[in-house]
Ligand binder design. Structure first.
Ligand code: WQD
Length: 347
């Protein structure tokens, strides 16, 4: 049980809010920084509903260097940070790269600058399997080569990891872990929090649930001519609560262990790959809804297949994903029904 306060940036976002719940469940005190650019203040109430504890919240834009410094002046005890705050839409990053380089990298530098003034700071970075591109071998281990990014978004994850690694090289008292997420999906089982995409969802699962609820006409399946079991692309869909709990394990590793390396990388996935058609079948089974979809051409930049080799995370983090795809899709559907009801009550 720890009462040390942990800073979670982007803590009102999809993965951030679920991680705050997991941290509070483990007895951590959490302070959230979020600028509400891609999240809602209502998420704070959702977290409180689940855990009975309201995290401290600061509405700060991490692009404001002075605001970052003022935060750490106000919270001098905080030396442990889990950093989610970033822009994450692959397509948007292609059309607006400077927004991504500023929002995802200058903010990281300002945070690291403040943490490096402290004796014993620890940092967890929200990275992505996108750094691997189309890996040559499956499942993907942490030793797989990082390939040239397909998008500025992916590039900010690669550069972000390098910035952290270089910082760890010169400051041995600074310990950091990059967590490379595969495909986070689902919602907390209470449906008090979940994914809240703004506008047309880019990701598969929110598009599926919005189609099933009638908000979208039909799902476009981007390609069925891939060299996979059924021709549609394969991904490793990990329940967001499994992912959230992995962050707690990673933080405990940074707090307790004295590894020889003060910088480590872990893949976070289930170790299983599912095709788009398999996801559709699973969703129809758990929701009882027939999903209208059509096969269209491939989406630019998509890879054929990616799923994690989870050996290192299982062993070193003493963590494994134990929730099924069915469970994740069922929680996503339950959350979508709650969102629809709330929208109807608002109108
Ligand atoms: C999954 C599969 C699509 C939508 C990206 C980023 C990753 C992370 C998650 C931020 C693919 C197919 C999708 C649709 C479809 N980013 N699809 N119709 O592209 O694997 O990963 O989002 O957190 O870093 O790279 O996820 O959900 O967009 O797509 O057929 O309407 O579903 O082609 O095969 P992706 P995704």
């Amino acid at each position: 049980m720890s009462t040390k306060r942990v800073l979670v940036t982007g803590g009102l976002g999809f993965i951030g809010s679920h991680t705050v719940v997991a941290l509070q469940n483990e007895g951590f005190e959490v302070v959230i920084i979020d600028n509400l650019s891609n999240s809602s203040i209502d998420v704070l109430g959702g977290i409180t509903q689940i855990t009975g504890k309201t995290p401290e919240f600061e509405n700060i834009d991490l692009r404001e260097k002075a605001a970052v410094k003022n935060f750490f002046d106000k919270y001098p005890d905080i030396e442990d940070v889990i950093h989610f705050a970033a822009s994450k839409a692959v397509g948007e990053s292609v059309t607006n790269p400077l927004l991504y380089y500023e929002n995802n990298l200058s903010t990281l530098v300002y945070l690291l600058h403040e943490l490096n003034k402290k004796e014993n700071s620890k940092f967890i970075f929200s990275s992505s399997c996108t750094v691997y591109g189309q890996a040559d071998n499956l499942p993907i281990t942490e030793n797989a080569p990082v390939k040239k990014a397909e998008s500025p978004y992916g590039n900010t994850k690669q550069i972000g990891e390098e910035i952290i690694q270089d910082t760890c090289k010169v400051n041995k008292s600074f310990k950091a872990i990059s967590l490379r997420y595969f495909n986070p999906v689902g919602a907390h089982p209470t449906a008090e929090i979940g994914e809240l995409p703004i506008g047309t969802p880019q990701n598969l699962i929110p598009f599926i649930t919005q189609t099933a609820i009638g908000k979208r006409k039909e799902l476009s399946v981007f390609g069925d001519d891939y060299p996979t079991k059924d021709g549609t692309a394969v991904r490793d869909y990990i329940h967001v609560m499994d992912l959230a709990e992995a962050h707690v394990h990673a933080l405990k590793r940074l707090m307790n262990a004295n590894e020889k390396d003060n910088y480590e990388v872990f893949n976070l996935g289930t170790g299983k790959g599912n095709s788009v058609l398999e996801v559709i079948n699973s969703f129809e089974k758990v929701s009882g809804e027939k999903l209208p979809y059509k096969i269209v051409g491939r989406r630019e930049g998509d890879i054929t297949a990616a799923y994690a080799d989870t050996t290192k995370a299982n062993k070193e983090l003493k963590w494994e994903a134990n929730r099924s795809l069915d469970e994740a899709l069922k929680s996503a559907w339950k959350w979508q029904l709650v969102v629809k009801k709330a929208e109807e009550e608002e109108n």
